[in-house]
Ligand binder design. Structure first.
Ligand code: GLY
Length: 616
């Protein structure tokens, strides 16, 4: 892409500062890319999903020129996603987005919809939606008040620093990832009740009712879900004493009824939060975990509390970014990366161009190196938050960056690293008809968490203990290396990468954004914001774009398979970057909402999953 830069340098100089002209610039660039691809020897060329025969190339070029001329004269043309006027929910499953939206239509607010959507995901998306896990919420009320809720899991009272090490000090394989030993004290039920107590408006029963109905009526299996369930069935059988609901031979279009979960939800709806932490459900949880060799007790559940935290807020150009503070690393890392790239004109470099990728990768490398050393549960460790997110600090950190060659991660800090594993979590974004916004990321950690499933209670338990650093310098399932700040201690919360984020522009709500993806969460949120702000994309278009990721260690740039052009990859490799392009994995699955200039909402639901935006 950068090869084309000289061709429109003069246009760029004149035009770069107005929004309309920035759009023209993007379109001219697109035009040159069409032209280049049409000059290739391929017989057919795919442009925006349409196959063009090369014999039509001159015609296409003229047509594209005319289209651009007229579309620029009437304002930017962007491929939009679902548009709504009053409210919207974007989540990993249509059933959950619909239930959340129905709550809004009933007169509920974004916090009522949060409770309903979270629970509906626990039914319709057991891969990551949960009541056996935890999460984080960032909110912005219509009056501009902001806040963050931490309902992250905690280590049990009997947890010890070396609980996943053998007598020789080596990590015991799978102990922190599979089965009852991997489970942290779940926070989801405490979180949604806490949010509701402070900010909700409908009754608990009104919110639970459609979710219980969904669990009883059942959820239709999608093609992606059929594949996923099949892929995990061996692990389910290995982690559980008996077969479980999801070890049946489910096929696309079958309906899975979640009757046991419906009963658990009915009890919680009737008896409230304490049903899960002190009541019959709590007793069943403890019995089940201990039967399977785990260490969670009734005292652990009884002591669990969700916590309100002050969000991380910082400026990037004319945007104010509001994100999750520790025990998530999300907000701090996002601030560090954005501070690192702010002085560079990414827009001029071009979307996913070699130079833009270099700047972002080098800022990411430095932020993740700091993450590993400084970040942990703020109730246990002192974190120099103000310094880490200050513009000066990041400027100093970027001082040794050069476009000539990569900074090697080993020169920033040591660590012996293996490769990435797959990972899952889920995110949803909500705006309501009153102007409140909610950004929530919730997780069981890996797909289906610890794979431990209670047939009686109807849900999976998390394997969040693996987000602690079991042994300094040894990577967890995301390849992330930790140090003392994130070592295990009783009642401590494990460090997270979840980055539920809200963006303001000119003091008004602008974007609600977040994603699953373990360590790639932060960089996926970053690129989605940049796609809108730097490259003038609409919300859906921004979500659809190919993503890349660097996390300090391992020292590779991970890129989505088959989505980056060969020339860009070649140039990056020539400069010295190691690319990692694995065929089976996507980076992030972003669900986001953009406030358009006319005040309507545009949803961006990630096509990488079954994600769906529903609005009204
Ligand atoms: N379990 C993934 C995260 O919290 O980052």
């Amino acid at each position: 892409m950068t090869n084309n830069n000289h061709k429109y340098l003069s246009v760029r100089v004149i035009l770069k500062n107005t929004k309309l002209c920035r759009e023209l610039f993007r379109k001219l660039k697109f035009l040159f890319s069409i032209k280049n691809s049409l000059h290739s020897s391929a017989k057919f060329t795919r442009i925006d999903g349409v196959l063009y025969h090369n014999s039509t190339r001159q015609f296409c070029l003229v047509l594209a020129t005319i289209t651009i001329f007229f579309s620029c004269s009437s304002g930017p043309q962007v491929n939009r996603g679902v548009i709504a006027e009053k409210g919207m929910v974007v989540s990993a499953r249509a059933e959950a987005s619909r239930i959340g939206t129905e709550i809004l239509k009933k007169g509920g607010n974004a916090f009522d919809a949060m409770m309903a959507t979270e629970l509906a995901l626990a039914v319709a998306y057991p891969y990551a939606g949960n009541i056996g896990g935890g999460g984080f919420m960032v909110y912005r009320k219509s009056n501009g008040d902001i806040g963050a809720l931490d309902y992250r899991e905690k280590a049990p009272l009997a947890a010890t620093r070396d609980m996943y090490l053998d007598n020789d000090g080596n990590i015991i394989p799978k102990k922190s990832t599979v089965g009852a030993h991997a489970v942290g004290i779940p926070g989801t039920i405490a979180g949604i009740f806490e949010a509701h107590k402070k900010l909700g408006s409908l009754s608990i029963q009104e919110i639970f009712e459609p979710v219980i109905e969904l669990a009883k009526k059942g959820v239709v299996v999608t093609q992606k879900q059929e594949r996923r369930i099949k892929a995990f069935q061996k692990s389910f059988l290995a982690a559980n004493k008996d077969s479980i609901l999801l070890t049946k031979n489910w096929k696309e279009n079958d309906t899975i009824k979640y009757s046991a979960l419906a009963h658990t939800l009915e009890r919680i709806s009737k008896n409230g939060r304490d049903e899960f932490y002190k009541g019959e459900t709590a007793k069943k949880i403890v019995e089940f975990i201990q039967e399977n060799g785990g260490i969670i007790t009734l005292e652990d559940l009884g002591k669990y509390k969700a916590k309100w935290r002050g969000p991380i807020a910082f400026q990037y150009d004319d945007l104010k970014i509001i994100s999750m503070p520790p025990p998530s690393s999300g907000g701090i890392c996002l601030a560090q990366i954005m501070n690192g790239i702010e002085p560079y004109n990414l827009h001029e470099f071009g979307h996913n161009s070699v130079k833009a990728i270099q700047v972002i990768v080098e800022a990411e490398r430095r932020a993740y190196a700091d993450r590993s050393f400084y970040l942990g549960d703020p109730d246990f460790v002192n974190i120099p938050v103000d310094t880490l997110i200050s513009k000066n600090y990041k400027k100093r950190r970027m001082d040794n960056f050069s476009f000539e060659k990569p900074t090697l991660s080993k020169d920033l800090q040591h660590g012996n690293i293996e490769m990435f594993e797959s990972n899952e979590t889920t995110h949803y974004s909500i705006v309501d008809q009153f102007g409140n916004a909610v950004s929530v990321t919730t997780t069981l950690n890996s797909g289906y968490g610890s794979k431990l499933y209670s047939n009686e209670l109807g849900f999976f338990f998390n394997n969040e203990m693996d987000d602690f650093s079991s042994k300094p310098g040894v990577p967890n399932v995301y390849g992330l290396v930790g140090t003392k700040a994130n070592e295990i201690a009783p009642e401590k919360r494990m460090l997270s990468s979840m980055t539920p984020t809200i963006v303001e522009k000119d003091g008004k709500l602008y974007m609600v954004v977040g994603t699953p993806g373990g360590s790639t969460i932060i960089t996926s949120v970053l690129q989605t914001i940049l796609n809108v702000h730097e490259f003038q994309m609409g919300m859906q278009e921004a979500v659809n774009q190919p993503r890349f990721h660097h996390q300090w260690l391992p020292d590779v740039v991970r890129i989505e398979p088959n989505r980056f052009d060969e020339e860009t990859k070649k140039q990056l490799e020539k400069i010295g970057y190691k690319l990692y392009e694995r065929n089976s994995s996507v980076i992030g699955k972003v669900d986001a909402i953009l406030v358009l200039e006319d005040g309507r909402y545009e949803g961006g639901a990630d096509p990488r999953g079954n994600d769906t935006a529903v609005g009204f």
